[in-house]
Design a protein around this ligand. Structure first.
Ligand SMILES: *Cc1c(COP(=O)(O)O)cnc(C)c1O
Length: 230
């Protein structure tokens, strides 16, 4: 089933790219493996996946220690400052930076461990109460401040769009994030690039790609439904 799922997702990515004349190589698939056992990750690895997304520090660290192959780990969930130290030297990208305080902690721990950490700024485009992330209008000022910190590099923006039945309902959310990234890019801030746009999940990643996503985070569509009660 995993093989078929992955094939279907890759085909859908290719088709979405084609519709808007983008090259599939511009879009990176993050296999969101949260709650899934190591055996699922290993199976995906065998099928050629190298980018894995986790949303909990403890789970990411456990999996990091057990998967011996050099895969790329993406922290996609809300991150508490006191847990930053466990992951700064293990992750390829932190997608969920939503405050100066968190960025400053990442910078501090990165300096201590002598590593450089790439991050995305999480924007709550739809301004949902239940979600983390900055408001669109706060983002540029925060980017300017975070950009001054050592050992941390802003590579783009991330958003978690609302849960909707019709993915078309999220098109404007994705378009707004893209517009914000173009605006920030035009400000030419030192130590800031807007090369990554992390948006789109199982329900809406093809729409996100049509609107410019360079990273899509797909869990259910690859690994099947999650069971949180185990
Ligand atoms: C769980 C999660 C995903 C994947 O969600 P699916 O709907 O299963 O594809 C993507 N991004 C974030 C931040 C998540 O927490």
């Amino acid at each position: 089933m995993l093989k078929e799922n992955l094939e279907r997702v890759h085909q859908a990515i290719d088709a979405a790219c084609k519709r808007v004349s983008r090259d599939s190589s511009e879009v990176t698939l993050i296999a969101v493996s949260k709650t899934k056992p190591l055996s699922d990750l290993e199976a995906a690895l065998d099928l050629g996946e190298l980018e894995f997304g986790e949303n909990k520090v403890q789970e990411l660290v456990d999996k990091y220690e057990h998967i011996k192959s050099p895969v790329h780990w993406h922290m996609i969930g809300h991150l508490q400052t006191n847990k930053v130290k466990y992951i700064v030297d293990k992750v390829t990208l932190i997608h969920s930076v939503d405050s100066y305080k968190l960025a400053a902690q990442i910078s501090k721990e990165a300096l201590k461990k002598q590593v450089d950490v790439d991050i995305l700024i999480e924007v709550n485009v739809a301004e949902e109460e239940s979600k983390f992330g900055l408001k669109t209008e706060e983002t540029l000022d925060l980017v300017r401040e975070i950009a001054k910190l050592p050992n941390i590099h802003i590579k783009g923006l991330m958003t978690i769009a609302p849960f909707v039945d019709d993915p078309e309902d999220n098109r404007m959310v994705f378009r707004s994030l893209k517009q914000l990234s173009v605006h920030i890019d035009s400000c030419q801030i030192d130590n800031v690039s807007m090369e990554i746009l992390s948006m789109g999940m199982t329900g809406d990643y093809t729409v996100a790609i049509e609107e410019g996503a360079t990273m899509v985070r797909v869990g259910t569509g690859i690994f099947g439904a999650r069971n949180y009660n185990v």
